[in-house]
Design a protein. Structure first.
Length: 264
């Protein structure tokens, strides 16, 4: 707010601004200078209990007030029996779950009056009885509901390492016309039961293999608004801006157009 850096847009977690007070006033000030994207973490689109309509009402009120360029949520569930679990939990991928998620996405888009982007999660396990791959599930969801997709390149890289996916095959299964945004982030490596596990922690710089996968994604999807997520162990602003510039440079090199990336 003090330096007004030259970035195209910024993204915030919607749930941090659903109350009144200083945070919302600060966001309104930032909104005067930058386009804003709202990234939700609490709709629990995969919950069999149905959506929390009070939460959806709060999201709609925030969207009306801020007028964001983009609104996104995760392919996950995080609430059960009225309790919020503060985690983005995995789903099995089959026709029954697709019906549930599609119904909830339809409800959210109808209530907001606009398209919502659905983000692929980072994976640490897979359900044995899943009959649809994650990328095919997302493609079917987009076709059925008209929603867009938020392609998190770091999540694809993390999932590929953790559960044995092929990252490029995953990208090739996503419909280019549905991709409305790309996320980039850092991750950490941990050992669990003698195995190396990557954790999508948004606490470090984007790694070189993820930058390479980002270039591969842009070559397939075209110039897509791209965001660098960094929300733990925050560095100096100059470090964030350097990450955004690198994303812009890759975008321009691939597409020949002006960059539209930013760090948040």
């Amino acid at each position: 707010m003090a330096t007004r850096p030259e970035v195209g847009w910024l993204e915030v977690h919607a749930e941090n601004y659903m109350g009144q007070g200083a945070p919302l006033r600060a966001l309104e000030r930032i909104r005067r200078d930058y386009a804003i994207s709202l990234h939700g973490v609490g709709l629990s689109l995969g919950s069999a209990d149905g959506l929390d309509r009070r939460h959806l009402d709060r999201l709609c009120a925030l969207a009306e007030r801020i007028q964001p360029r983009l609104i996104s949520e995760h392919l996950a569930w995080s609430a059960s029996g009225g309790a919020y679990l503060n985690h983005l939990l995995p789903l099995p991928y089959d026709d029954e779950v697709l019906d549930i998620v599609a119904r909830h996405v339809d409800e959210v888009q109808s209530r907001l009056g606009r398209r919502v982007l659905i983000e692929n999660p980072s994976s640490y396990l897979r359900f044995k009885h899943s009959s649809i791959s994650e990328a095919e599930f997302l493609a079917a969801l987009a076709q059925r509901t008209g929603c867009g997709l938020l392609c998190d390149v770091n999540n694809i890289f993390v999932s590929a390492h953790n559960v044995g996916l092929d990252a490029e095959t995953y990208l090739d299964a996503l419909p280019p016309a549905a991709i409305g945004q790309i996320h980039l982030a850092g991750h950490s490596a941990n050992d669990a039961d003698g195995q190396s596990i990557l954790i999508d922690d948004h606490g470090s710089a984007v790694t070189d293999p993820v930058w390479t996968l980002y270039a591969r994604a842009l070559a397939r999807f075209g110039p897509v608004p791209s965001l660098v997520e960094w929300d733990t162990d925050l560095p100096a602003l100059s470090t964030l801006l350097a990450q955004a510039r690198r994303a812009d440079e890759i975008l321009r090199a691939i597409s020949g157009e002006d960059g539209r990336a930013c760090a948040a």
